[in-house]
Design a protein around this ligand. Structure first.
Ligand SMILES: Cc1cn([C@H]2C[C@H](O)[C@@H](COP(=O)(O)OP(=O)(O)OP(=O)(O)O)O2)c(=O)[nH]c1=O
Length: 221
């Protein structure tokens, strides 16, 4: 149970459109009352050519919210998508241990970024808002033994970039940005988005299902 008072929202029901345990924990820790309806995994359809990391997470977050919005009569649907980005490559969830090893070797000794797209979708009025947050991280030049020990822990499973910031490894530091954004949901930004939703949300043409424009936050260089 959280000691902080539950956040006040104007919505009769909040639905977290996610199967991510990390997102659920973040929402619980912040004191939100919500139901969970995961989006169908098929809405994440990989990287389109020339798509940047923020464009990808915005598109995926929108598609997840859209999918779950079809199952909700009234309330607010919250969806998110997280990737790591390093040396021009987008790192999603690793497929297996070898894939996780490749990702960790690529990230070791680098400054890299984690992007999370967040989409809010209200029902029954079919309005949405979309935003992307970026956190910059530094991973120390970890050796093979450290990588194998981390792989043995299985903590990389289901995590973008094959690492869990929440695991508290001393070889991973945040340089700038939100810690909760790395773990899958930027809680400070989410609260702002909920508070300003009435003014900022855009009507969705439900036949076209076009994502609202998003002013994407660029990583600072
Ligand atoms: C970088 C990083 C990611 N993650 C997690 C958050 C997300 O669960 C996951 C990224 O995958 P996502 O595809 O964003 O989310 P998901 O498939 O887990 O859940 P859903 O689509 O149903 O919402 O990586 C961490 O837990 N810690 C980290 O440090």
């Amino acid at each position: 149970m959280s000691d902080t008072p539950p956040p006040q929202t104007a919505f009769s029901r909040i639905v977290l459109a996610s199967g991510s345990p990390r997102r659920r924990e973040l929402m619980e820790q912040a004191g939100y009352s919500f139901d969970v309806i995961p989006a169908d995994p098929s809405v994440e359809c990989g990287v389109c050519s020339s798509e940047t990391p923020p464009e990808l997470v915005a598109r995926h977050a929108f598609r997840k919210a859209e999918d779950v919005s079809r199952q909700v009569d009234a309330g607010m649907v919250i969806a998110a998508d997280t990737v790591a980005a390093c040396r021009g490559q987008i790192l999603g969830k690793p497929e297996d241990r070898d894939h996780a090893r490749q990702m960790l070797k690529m990230l070791a000794g680098t400054q890299h970024a984690v992007f999370t797209g967040v989409c809010l979708w209200s029902l029954p009025d079919q309005r949405a808002s979309l935003d992307v947050c970026c956190t910059q991280l530094q991973m120390e030049a970890i050796d093979d033994a450290t990588i194998e020990a981390y792989l043995d822990s299985d903590r990389w499973v289901g995590k973008a970039g094959a690492f869990g910031y929440q695991d508290g490894n001393d070889w991973l530091q945040i340089l700038s940005g939100s810690p909760s954004n790395v773990v899958g949901l930027p809680m400070e930004r989410l609260q702002e988005m909920l508070a300003s939703f009435a003014e900022t949300a855009q009507a969705i043409d439900v036949s076209a299902r076009q994502a609202p424009l998003v002013d994407i936050e660029r990583p600072s260089s």
